[in-house]
Design a protein around this ligand. Structure first.
Ligand SMILES: [Zn+2]
Length: 145
């Protein structure tokens, strides 16, 4: 049988995430449904309300079954960039526009982002948010010109 890496709802190919990340992201009462050793994916389609699903689509977790809003999904509120310290996209933009932040170091100092990071269990992708912080800084800097 061919393995299905795509989202059961929108059919886009998701991003592979660690089992431990999914376990920490889904609501407490659903944690038991995340099967050990299984491969899970995060649906990256902003319009799709599926968040996690496993290979071959036997298990699916929707937006309302996950503890935090997924930043790139439509209507995510708040829109966290750094999930470890609950720093939002707006806070980063404000730090650039109002407080003159120019790089990640400034953002860390001004917002407390990336401190004591436990990205594997706090970030929906299970990855460090620093590339996304940089992207947000660039976006804010460009809007300034
Ligand atoms: Zn999807």
């Amino acid at each position: 049988m061919k393995e299905k890496e795509n989202c059961p709802k929108c059919y886009e190919i998701g991003e592979k995430v660690k089992n431990i990340t999914v376990k920490h992201m889904v609501s407490e009462n659903l944690r038991g449904k995340v099967v050990d050793e299984e491969t899970y994916y995060l649906c990256m389609n902003e319009d799709c309300d599926v968040v996690y699903y496993n290979l071959n689509n036997e298990r699916v977790f929707y937006k309302e079954e996950v503890k935090v809003p997924i930043w790139f999904k439509k209507n995510a509120n708040p829109k966290y960039i750094c999930y470890c310290n609950h720093v939002t996209e707006q806070q980063i933009i404000n730090a650039v526009l109002d407080d003159g932040a120019k790089n990640i170091k400034d953002i860390i100092r001004l917002t407390g982002a990336m401190k004591n990071g436990k990205c594997e269990i706090n970030n929906p992708l299970g990855k460090c948010c620093s590339p996304l912080i940089q992207e947000t800084i660039n976006k804010a800097l460009n809007s300034k010109e």
